[in-house]
Design a protein around this ligand. Structure first.
Ligand SMILES: [Zn+2]
Length: 117
């Protein structure tokens, strides 16, 4: 599978900035490991870390979404995988992302409200 240098660089940048904000700014170790491999241009090892550490990454649906976008599904490394388990996992992830975005909107509204009073 050919992956362009630009794709690898943007994947690394995106994942690094996403993990940076987690755990009160301490970040996520296994995601940084993925970035390290990506920075070396070693896309396959980066994907292997994602597939091995996916259980930890699942706690962060935005990071999981980025990984799936670049690496494909965890079990088969396929994009838009048709396996029923992979479809179920994607649906679960999108639900979590949706709930997170609602929570973020609610926080923003609360903040805006506080600023106005
Ligand atoms: Zn799959």
């Amino acid at each position: 599978m050919f992956v362009s240098k630009e794709t690898i660089e943007s994947a690394s940048r995106k994942l690094f900035s996403q993990q940076e904000q987690k755990n009160d700014g301490r970040g996520v170790t296994c995601v940084r490991a993925i970035c390290t491999y990506l920075d070396r241009g070693d896309f396959n090892s980066a994907r292997t870390v994602f597939q091995g550490e996916g259980d930890k990454i699942r706690a962060y649906p935005d990071i999981e979404a980025t990984c799936i976008k670049y690496f494909g599904c965890r079990s088969h490394g396929k994009h838009n995988c048709n396996d029923s388990l992979c479809i179920a996992m994607r649906e679960h992830m999108h639900k979590k992302l949706f709930v997170d975005s609602l929570r973020q909107t609610a926080d923003d509204v609360t903040k805006a409200h506080k600023q106005n009073t």
